[in-house]
Design a protein around this ligand. Structure first.
Ligand SMILES: NC(=O)c1ccc[n+]([C@@H]2O[C@H](COP(=O)([O-])OP(=O)(O)OC[C@H]3O[C@@H](n4cnc5c(N)ncnc54)[C@H](O)[C@@H]3O)[C@@H](O)[C@H]2O)c1
Ligand SMILES: O=P(O)(O)OC[C@H](O)CO
Length: 330
């Protein structure tokens, strides 16, 4: 009898739960979904769904919910990290000794170390085991089984291919990339631009403004990603432009919702609390601000977002400054 594949997903928030569903759909593997507490695990087990993060979506029997990480990573074939970037140091040391691939599904830059997701993982895991999953993918739509196209990146394309082979749900199409830097940067930076798009919407600005935010945002994302070694064509793909468009225009985006709330007068803490889920763009905006200073790169839109969020610039003044910058070649 062939052995059932064993998969661990760290994080029973919206993205971890949606990815557990993708991994479980083929029916020929067991998925261990790691909740943040025994209470959360018990609630999901009792109700058969993740009421807080993905209400209304039944979890199949081959997804086991547990808060016991040590048990969940025993004899696994692959591990998916689907928690916020800042929690990497809490969980990744536990995975250091294994030989299985580790897929990072988080998107962000570390606000203190300024590390990309691949660099955060590489602190604990050999680079040959690391893959990144990134692209336009709202958890709710993935969980509902709606068609989604996404990128799996690894330094060696054969690792990207191996990691992708576990996500064999026909409505979850994966493209491969060996540009791990470009994929990591596209996924992290689009969150900052989505906050800007939300702010524009919250201020009552029209479609022209959103188009300007997306286009000039893409220019800044490309500039910074390339300065870090990413390839320009990656930024035009699913993990760059694709995710940027989704997050800047899709009402499901938490980063976009957060930007709207700020523009409507909520303070940062109240806006995050009102959303009740992870808003990665806030910490990433802080990291971008520091990086831009260190490498002397002009990133006016992303810098303005950081200054607004840190209370150093009023939104109206930020908008005025952006619109009155000296003319330059596009
Ligand atoms: N939700 C999506 O549509 C989506 C899609 C693609 C990528 N992502 C990325 O996935 C990552 C996780 O986001 P999510 O959407 O699942 O968030 P979420 O808010 O839905 O869930 C976050 C989970 O992490 C736990 N958590 C929060 N802070 C923590 C901390 N400091 N330490 C340990 N655990 C913590 C929470 O208990 C919860 O289980 C983020 O980097 C996000 O950008 C999300
Ligand atoms: O809800 P957001 O803004 O964190 O975006 C979710 C995903 O990253 C979209 O691809």
């Amino acid at each position: 009898m062939t052995r059932m594949q064993q998969v661990c997903v760290l994080g029973a928030g919206s993205w971890g739960t949606a990815l557990a569903l993708v991994l479980a759909r083929s029916g020929h593997r067991e998925v261990r979904l790691v909740a943040s507490s025994d209470a959360q695990a018990a609630e999901i087990n009792e109700t058969g769904e993740n009421l807080r993060y993905l209400p209304g979506i039944a979890l199949p029997g081959n997804i086991e919910i547990t808060a016991d990480v040590q048990m969940a990573i025993k004899d696994i074939d692959i591990c998916v990290y689907a928690l916020p970037c800042v929690a990497v140091s809490d969980f990744l040391p536990l995975l250091a000794d294994g030989a299985y691939p580790v897929v990072a599904a988080c998107k962000g830059l570390h606000p203190e170390t300024l590390q990309r997701t691949d660099e955060m993982l590489a602190e604990y895991i050999d680079r040959s085991r690391i893959a990144l999953l990134s692209g336009p993918s709202f958890a709710k739509e993935v969980a509902e089984g709606q068609p989604t196209a996404i990128t799996m990146a690894a330094e060696n394309i054969s690792m990207a291919e191996k990691a992708a082979s576990y996500f064999d749900d026909t409505n979850f199409r994966i493209y491969l990339s060996d540009d791990i830097v470009g994929v990591a940067m596209g996924g992290a930076l689009k969150n900052v631009i989505a906050i800007a798009a939300g702010m524009a919407d919250g201020l009552g600005l029209g479609h022209n403004s959103i188009a300007a935010v997306v286009t000039r945002g893409l220019a800044e994302i490309s500039r910074l990603a390339q300065a870090c070694g990413g390839r320009p064509e990656t930024l035009m793909g699913l993990s760059g432009l694709g995710d940027l468009v989704l997050t800047c225009t899709g009402s499901l985006s938490r980063n976009r919702q957060f930007g709207m709330a700020i523009a409507q007068g909520k303070d940062l803490t109240a806006a995050i609390e009102a959303i009740g889920q992870v808003v990665e763009g806030v910490r990433t905006a802080e990291a971008v601000h520091q990086m831009a200073g260190q490498i002397q790169l002009e990133l006016p839109l992303m810098q303005s977002i950081h200054l607004v969020l840190s209370g150093e610039l009023a939104i109206a003044e930020g908008l005025k400054q952006l619109m009155s910058r000296p003319e330059k070649a596009e």
